[in-house]
Design a protein. Structure first.
Length: 178
């Protein structure tokens, strides 16, 4: 189920629903998945409530025993699409795929690249632009090499944020807003 609280120009609910169904199948995810497309303020509120981080983020995942919920910032998706030169629909697809992988149990924060490899393979299969992890990894690597070149002492790159939020029951049911 796809719910648009915030409309994204050029994106239809049926097109995104078809993609979500395909991504769910490719991720071998069982159960129902709901995707909320909302504004950055809504994502900031969810991020603050469930992760105690008071900032907007592009995608959050709320796993359940079977399936789960995904929340995506329409504002951030639209801005990323414009910045990276692809359509808003493709950006939303990238974020849906990323969220589905989290719902399927993948976690790029500590899996030694397993999720990145899986997302990259699925992205190619689905003919999508660079994945979320690849973009973050490239940006982090570039920032690290700048830091290393400006200092004689090696520093560790900063940890990236986690986009997975674990809840024992349906966030949709708890919030009652979708």
């Amino acid at each position: 189920m796809i719910i648009f609280e915030t409309k994204v120009e050029g994106v239809s609910q049926p097109a995104l629903a078809r993609f979500a169904s395909q991504a769910k199948k490719l991720c071998r995810l069982q159960g129902e998945v709901s995707v909320l497309i909302a504004g950055s303020r809504r994502l900031q509120a969810l991020n603050r409530q469930f992760r105690r981080k008071n900032k907007a983020t592009d995608v959050l995942s709320f796993p359940r025993e079977r399936g789960g919920d995904i929340a995506i910032s329409a504002n951030i998706a639209f801005a990323n699409a414009a910045r990276l030169g692809h359509s808003a629909l493709n950006e939303l697809k990238i974020l849906v795929l990323h969220g589905m992988l989290h719902l399927a149990g993948y976690d790029h924060e500590g899996d030694d690249g397993q999720m990145r490899r899986k997302e990259s393979r699925l992205r190619k299969e689905l003919r999508l632009p660079d994945s979320l992890i690849e973009r973050t990894h490239a940006k982090s690597s570039a920032a690290t090499s700048v830091r290393l070149s400006s200092s004689s002492r090696a520093r560790k790159p900063r940890a990236r944020k986690t986009r997975r939020v674990t809840k024992s029951r349906s966030t949709v049911a708890k919030r009652g807003r979708r």
